[in-house]
Design a protein around this ligand. Structure first.
Ligand SMILES: [Zn+2]
Length: 217
């Protein structure tokens, strides 16, 4: 079995690397032939790192989205319950990844990334939404639920035990669709309930699902 899955090949190749690859896979070894992998230091905000083909892969500035506006690039987003999103323009060499937990969602990281792509000329955006924790498994305080639901009512949920919860994935999908982004794929597996995936709530301290989008220019 391969340690990664090819999730879509609609102009961009999206690879999802889960726990079968080990705790700290060497991505360049796993995915030979792709452009150098660009990373970000994820901090649950809404800052965006702009990436060019000649960007230094050693730079890991604090950001929760990366936008690439040309050439061959590979972008990495790492998650364990938060929502990973890959965005691309169907016609232009514009690609982005987003890390959206509840704080980043409330901070507006999804619309900020869409705005950045539109400012770069995007007009035919598509998105793939990766696996995250589901509403049935994600209890939050009522103050957090209120902040999230104020951004998007579709997020309101309740856990299997009757506690207030939120589904950030449903909110992200709603925001994408409100912005006329076509959601061409959603891996709806729950990270807590799926053995193959990492879950911070499930006890995975440092391990993360690694999603790489590779665009060959
Ligand atoms: Zn779940």
């Amino acid at each position: 079995m391969r340690p990664w899955e090819v999730l879509t090949q609609d102009k961009r190749t999206i690879f999802c690397i889960d726990r079968r690859a080990g705790d700290d896979p060497d991505l360049s070894q796993l995915l030979p032939g792709i452009a150098p992998i660009q990373r970000m230091h994820q901090v649950h905000g809404c800052s965006i790192r702009q990436v060019m083909p000649d960007s230094d892969p050693a730079i890991t500035q604090s950001a929760d989205a990366m936008v690439a506006t040309g050439g061959a690039v590979s972008l990495l987003v790492r998650t364990a319950d938060c929502v990973p999103v890959v965005l691309w323009d169907h016609d232009l060499p514009l690609t982005a990844v987003i890390h959206a937990g509840w704080k980043g969602f409330v901070a507006g990281v999804v619309p900020a990334t869409i705005e950045s792509l539109v400012a770069a000329g995007a007009s035919n955006l598509r998105a793939w939404v990766g696996p995250s924790i589901c509403g049935a498994c994600y209890p939050v305080g009522i103050d957090v639920q209120a902040q999230v639901v104020a951004v998007c009512a579709a997020t309101q949920s309740v856990t299997d035990h009757g506690e207030p919860s939120v589904s950030i994935a449903l909110g992200v999908i709603d925001q994408l669709q409100q912005s006329q982004v076509a959601v061409v794929g959603h891996d709806a597996r729950c990270t807590l309930q799926t053995q193959e995936l990492y879950s911070a709530r499930g006890g995975d301290q440092v391990q993360r699902i690694q999603i790489v989008v590779a665009f060959d220019g």
